[in-house]
Design a protein around this ligand. Sequence first.
Ligand code: GAL
Length: 675
Amino acid sequence: MHDVRGALISRAWPTDRIAFGGDYNPEQWPREVWRDDVRLMAEAGVSFVTLGVFAWSWLEPEPGRFDTEWLDESMDLLHDHGIAVDLATGTASPPPWFSHRHPETLPVDHSGRTLWPGSRQTWCPSSPVFTEHAVALVEMLASRFHDHPALAMWHVSNEYACHNLPCYCDTCADAFRTWLQRRYGHLDALNDAWGTSFWSQRYGDWAEINPPRRTTAIPNPTQAVDYARFGSDTLLEQFLAEREVLARWTPDVPVTTNFMSMSMFRRLDYHRWAAHQDVISTDHYPLTHLDDPVAELAFAADLTRGFAGGRPWVLMEHAPSAVNWQPVNRAKGPGEMIRHSLIHVARGADALGFFQWRASRAGAEKFHSALVPHAGSESKVFAEACRLGRLAGALGEVVGSRVVADVAVLWDYEASWACQQPAHPSNAIEYADVAADVHAGLRAMAITADVVHPSADLSAYRLVIVPTLYTCRDDSAASVAAAAEAGATVLVTYFSGIVDEHDHIRLGGYPGAFRDLLGVRVEEFFPLAPQATVALSDGTSGTAWSELLQAVDAEVVTTFTEQPLAGVPAVTRRRVGAGAAWYVATRLSNTAWATLLNRLTAEAGVQPAAVVPAGIEAVRRACDERSWLFLINHTEADHEVTVDGTDLVDGVERTGTWTLPAGAVSVLRQPAYRN
Ligand code: GAL
């Protein structure tokens, strides 16, 4: 496996800069535009492009007839201009002839309706016919381009599962049965895991089992979670089939597929996928309906670094300005694109890719922003692209360095799938909410967290946060307990450790997996009505959740002060070995989180990246010899900061107190960081 640095060094991809570029679709344009493209790419400092993501119908215009002349020409032209190519396998969207000849590959929705061609990703995840054609295309591409000097990385498919998962067709039903046989071995084990004694669901033959298609009433939750696991594994098999071809032809060229690590997209278990990527790459688009889209952006970047095991990663796509798929597509203000890009770099990205290079004239995404907009290069966006290209060049020394983080926030797709099932105590419990609250609270304190899987090595963290980890395996619970024992401060929140991996309740009082560690026992949940709040004894409040909690062997920090739970503990702390284990039984307000996080970080000895005014994001990357402090002013006001270092943005030496202008960014080279 390569890390990004290895990947960049292994081939033509430049090593002396943060790679900068994006999706390039020359098949949409005549040749004269191609020449204009490479001229403008040189002007903007573009160092890589992703080529051919949706080009299958050009590469194989008829079954078995391949045409790669245009791709050859494009690769040559790019190479002549010093631009490296992340070559897509083109398998994201099969051509119309494929769907026409193989209608059995069309995906089917929950209610049994077929999804027809005319958009993209119209293929069933379990289809062996699709695999066969996709692998043949990849074989052809690899055989023709394996030694092309522009080839720097392989980009398999595109955003797996974005549109075609889950599929409920008969091919998937068969594949699901096979997957279940592998998982459980015997029907008794499946019946036990799925709790089929309930509602007369006991299976006597594998053939009786179906995907969780539309049902009369509440579906079996374990069946639903298994179907999510199956879907993720099935698409992973598709990825591995392509990967195998590429690894055979070009063992030295890294292979990746672009994840969608936005916190709201949770159809794939990216932790399982990550192990099969040479380089972790991801796409990110801020969701404007969120209260704080930039906080989510920072969260997603920290999550992506978690997939990469702390190593640098590639931001494959983000938007130069507006997208075209939200109800209202907000354009980015001056400097906003650069601030967003820099958040990703600060949090571990060594490459900045955009969707897309040139705005399309036609098709479903013609109103999506691009580095070269419809207005052409005389534009705000292209001017900012040129600025960013220069900045990417100036940040070269940062490439390969690690992000400094002493806090871990646990994140688990399986827990999310189970947590989001219907018929729970409250459908106001959204898996990501508490993780987002805590992450945002820490970010406001200039404290960076790694967002990691519960099975990650927690031993180096001073503070470990366990937010609504509804499903928890025994070994994960043990690892959290071991971290506390060894000196970490651990915080567990409500609706964690409730069930095992089969979605069976851990009996004897909630939160079963963490009861002993926390020294608490919950008898009953008291979820709150949508707008309701509950007052706490320290003057703050909670929303969404409360519970009848007993502090069996823990100190009571705050209590609920309202009926029916007046006097019942809301926040507790237990001394554990060299550390401590805290529990929070409600969704705290932002102010309450701020107070609690102050106390926790002080207890754990976690330091901010720098002491900065509110609204300035501060994150540190470091290598053995030096470190870099990233400062991003998200406010509309100039702010004074007191930090020293050489600013890579403009080469100026900063000392003492100086002004970071409204909307500006700064990257200070500083001495090695010693914690
Ligand atoms: C991504 C996708 C791109 C483009 C982009 C628009 O999900 O990979 O092809 O559609 O969204 O925001």
